[in-house]
Design a protein around this ligand. Structure first.
Ligand code: AMP
Length: 401
């Protein structure tokens, strides 16, 4: 980031201008209702600044993975209603992000007014970074503000493509994220421990390999752990396995050994026969899981070991749940990590939590304000840790992505 020349919102002239702002409103929803507004709240400072400057603000965002066509369950309309309450002013909604309907809503905006345009991912062109689509989006503004830290690691039309057509800069939330993560990553107090969980091994293997160059300890839990156990010939029963990633997992373990990075896996597990919220849960005696069982959470011994490691660290980065925490019965491991993060913070450690699930778990435990930094971008913060140049930033700096 520091090497790139990027303007900040306060360096841009937005007075009375039409501003196109990319925000991250990829919020959790249940039965058509937004269940957590953290991401929306994160953008308020920038929005209030733009409103005060008399800008006419068009917000673009994505929600879920609607695969390039409209799907009502991924509509951003409920988010517009919540944003309106938070801003205490009406927020117009356009049922498409490009085309006549969007143009009409944007053209009707008066100074200080805000509109939210429908899910970008209703168009396949968004994720393809299609230049025609990017140009159609860019038409909504005279200035572009990048405020979607959670999407800044993607080279999409709304995060990279639009920058070819509009002058732009980063909003207050992105500034805060970058300052904090940059400072921490480059000057981490040691020991520096990363706790990585979640389900997508394939998404996170590259990150793990890079993380090994930065951290002193790596704790791996959640659905990811089983691929790592399996590659060490430990039986994992019917637990999540990415069989084609076993060799790569093995290479990561070897790399950790070479670098003398302590790499810890679950020593015990909570297991069930059937994946349902009220399934009878058992705790394994060791790392191994019986052939007919599924691992759904880290076990009590692992909780103790992981918590101790977290509390001994001076810098901790956490991304991804330790179990299927959406089901209360299997949330103990994740909540325990949240608790250990809060305790480490109280002892003076710098603690960073990234990723929607980890943030949700932290909130569920009532500990959101007890860690040093809640990052709104799970993937983006991981890629910064990896030392990658984020495409959304590179595009703002005028580079081709
Ligand atoms: P990710 O997007 O990779 O961070 O994965 C988050 C998801 O991982 C959550 O929805 C969890 O339910 C899931 N997860 C965590 N532990 C397990 C597990 N043991 N088996 C299956 N899924 C898991």
């Amino acid at each position: 980031m520091t090497a790139l020349k990027i303007r900040r919102l306060q360096d841009l002239d937005v007075r009375g201008k039409r501003v196109l702002a990319r925000v991250d409103y990829n919020v959790p929803m249940k039965d058509g209702k937004v269940t957590d507004l953290t991401r929306v709240r994160g953008t308020l400072k920038t929005l209030q600044y733009l409103i005060a400057q008399g800008a006419r603000v068009s917000l673009i965002a994505h929600l879920g993975r609607p695969k390039g066509k409209p799907e009502p369950k991924y509509s951003l309309k409920p988010v517009a209603a919540e944003l309106s309450k938070l801003l205490a002013q009406p927020v117009a909604f356009a049922s498409d992000c490009v085309g006549p309907e969007a143009d009409k809503v944007v053209a009707a905006l008066k100074p200080g007014q805000v509109a939210l345009l429908e899910n970008l991912r209703y168009h396949a062109e968004e994720e393809k970074n299609d230049p025609v689509f990017a140009k159609a989006l860019a038409k909504h503004g005279e200035v572009f503000v990048q405020e979607a830290f959670g999407a800044i690691h993607r080279a999409h039309a709304s995060t990279a493509g639009v920058c070819a057509y509009l002058p732009g800069g980063i909003g207050f939330l992105v500034q805060k994220e970058l300052e904090f993560l940059d400072k921490t990553i480059n000057n981490a107090a040691r020991p520096f421990v990363a706790v990585i969980g979640g389900a997508k091994v394939s998404d996170k293997l590259g990150v793990l390999s890079k993380l090994l160059e930065k951290v002193d300890g790596l704790l791996i839990g959640g659905g990811m752990a089983y691929t790592f156990l399996s590659c060490q010939k430990i039986s994992i029963g019917k637990s999540l396995l990415e069989a084609e990633k076993v060799d790569e997992a093995q290479r990561i373990i070897a790399q950790a050994y070479d670098r003398k990075v302590g790499c810890l896996f679950p020593a015990d597990h909570v297991v069930v026969k059937e994946l349902k919220p009220d399934a009878k849960a058992l705790v394994t005696e060791s790392m191994a899981i019986a052939p007919d069982m599924i691992g759904v959470d880290i076990g009590p011994r692992t909780i103790e070991i992981f918590s101790d490691e977290i509390k001994k660290a001076k810098t901790v980065f956490w991304n991804g749940p330790m179990g299927i925490f959406e089901m209360d019965a299997f949330a103990k491991g994740t909540l325990a990590v949240a608790q250990a993060m809060a305790e480490a913070t109280a002892q003076g450690a710098v603690t960073i939590v990234g990723g929607g699930d980890s943030l949700a778990a932290l909130a569920k435990a009532g500990l959101s304000d007890r860690v040093s930094h809640c990052s709104t971008g799970g993937g983006a913060s991981l890629e910064l840790l990896e030392g990658k140049v984020l495409p959304g930033l590179a595009a703002l700096a005028g580079q081709k992505v």
